[in-house]
Ligand binder design. Structure first.
Ligand SMILES: Cc1cc2nc3c(=O)[nH]c(=O)nc-3n(C[C@H](O)[C@H](O)[C@H](O)COP(=O)(O)O)c2cc1C
Length: 252
């Protein structure tokens, strides 16, 4: 089984490794001229961003030629995924993939404008991540199906969400306004964890225009020198099972 993943703070990498044995980083696959994946089961694990998938994951689904009898899609999310499963089904339809199983795992919400990270970490008790993962693993191991029915009502809801909160809107609103404080040391970790290769480190740190709005740079900065306007959390987050080195290996 092949599990392709996109991660900023480790939740999706942790889920991917709990499901499958062959893990493939989507940012790294995207560097190839052509992507061909064939296996009896192939899946994607990625975060919910503004009620849809990251832009790069959608581009990956368009670029990759995936041949499989069992295609599955798993989101990780923090507090609500609304029509994100329908969005995955719609993108699968766009590229002619038969989405047999779609599900979502509730974990820490790393969206800094919305949540305080200490409170989010406390919320893990209520979210019972391990229980969710056991059920997810059992479903996928048994090749169970869980299909998404896209009705005219869900289509309308997806469109409404996209007008209010789409990732390109977040990119325009926040990603162009990152704040770099005097604590910046040029250590380069922000550039190494960036899945989009969007950060150039020099006397000043420069953000180009390919930001995925994943906030990997903000969460990983050892000096906490990077900020966004209106952030609700002074604390930062990384999944407790995933080291910084593994995020760098996945995204550099
Ligand atoms: C820009 C952005 C938007 C997000 N939007 C949502 C959302 O709409 N709903 C939600 O529940 N979580 C949302 N999240 C939280 C992530 O989906 C969640 O923390 C995810 O588990 C992170 O995975 P990772 O650790 O692999 O990066 C958002 C996070 C970011 C950075």
């Amino acid at each position: 089984m092949k599990v392709c993943y996109f991660t900023a703070t480790g939740n999706c990498l942790y889920v991917a490794e709990r499901i499958g044995d062959e893990l493939l980083s989507i940012p790294q696959l995207m560097k190839q001229d052509e992507i061909e994946l064939e296996d009896e089961a192939v899946g994607i694990v990625c975060p919910v961003y503004a009620v849809e998938m990251p832009m790069m994951v959608r581009e990956f689904m368009h670029k990759a030629k995936i041949k499989t009898d069992y295609f599955f899609f798993v989101y990780t999310y923090g507090e609500g995924y609304a029509e994100a499963l329908a969005h995955a089904e719609l993108v699968a339809q766009e590229v002619g993939l038969d989405l047999a199983y779609a599900n979502a795992v509730q974990m820490v919400d790393n969206y800094l404008p919305g949540f305080e990270m200490g409170q989010q970490i406390d919320s893990l008790v209520r979210k019972d991540v391990e229980g969710q993962l056991e059920r997810l693993w059992a479903d996928i191991a048994a090749r169970r199906e869980s299909r998404v029915d896209v009705t005219p009502e869900t289509l309308a809801a997806v469109e409404t969400w996209q007008q209010r909160l789409a990732v390109p809107i977040l990119r325009k609103d926040t990603a162009r306004h990152y704040i770099v404080t005097d604590a910046y040391t040029r250590c380069g970790i922000c550039a190494q964890v960036c899945p989009a290769g969007n950060i150039v480190v020099g006397d000043k740190v420069v953000f180009e225009d390919k930001c995925e709005v994943c906030y990997a740079c903000l969460h990983a900065c050892p000096q906490c020198a990077l900020h966004i306007p209106r952030e609700r959390s002074a604390a930062r987050f990384r999944n407790e099972h995933i080291s910084l080195k593994r995020i760098i290996e996945a995204n550099a």
